[in-house]
Ligand binder design. Structure first.
Ligand SMILES: [Cu+2]
Length: 140
């Protein structure tokens, strides 16, 4: 069992690396960017990468308040209300370092539907989930 798990993990890592290195435009991948009125100077960039039946999501922030932690998700629909995509437990809050930058990754157990709209949002804090401080529509 242990050997099998290592082989599977190795294949996944290899496939991800090989695909990430490709310079071509991959229509399966989505991206989004946003700024924050609540935190002037805060900028977010989101990229997705489809990997078999999963979606690897990377969110990068610059200009964030140092040590701030923001819950974030991809939601269905354009910026506004919408269900969380891939389950809330797939996402861990993104935490800024002393240099005001942050990177978070999430692995969603699904692939995004080309016929749907999605957005990424940044919540003010775990205690203020209803306050959205940044939002960007996903585009391909
Ligand atoms: Cu959210």
């Amino acid at each position: 069992m242990r050997k099998l798990a290592m082989i599977v993990a190795g294949c996944a890592a290899t496939a991800f690396t090989a695909a990430a290195a490709m310079p071509s435009l991959d229509l399966a991948d989505w991206h989004a960017s946003f700024d924050s009125e609540a935190h002037p100077g805060l900028h977010g960039e989101l990229m997705t990468h489809e990997n078999a039946d999963q979606t690897e999501v990377t969110l990068k922030l610059t200009g964030a308040p140092p040590d701030a932690a923001f819950p974030w998700h991809i939601h269905e629909g354009p910026c506004g209300p919408g269900a969380i995509v891939g389950g809330a437990s797939s996402y861990k809050p993104i935490t800024a370092g002393a240099d005001s930058s942050a990177t978070a990754m999430a692995t969603l157990p699904i692939v995004l539907d080309d016929s749907k709209q999605y957005h990424v949002n940044l919540h003010a804090s775990a205690a203020e989930m209803g306050k959205i401080i940044g939002c960007g529509d996903l585009a391909r």
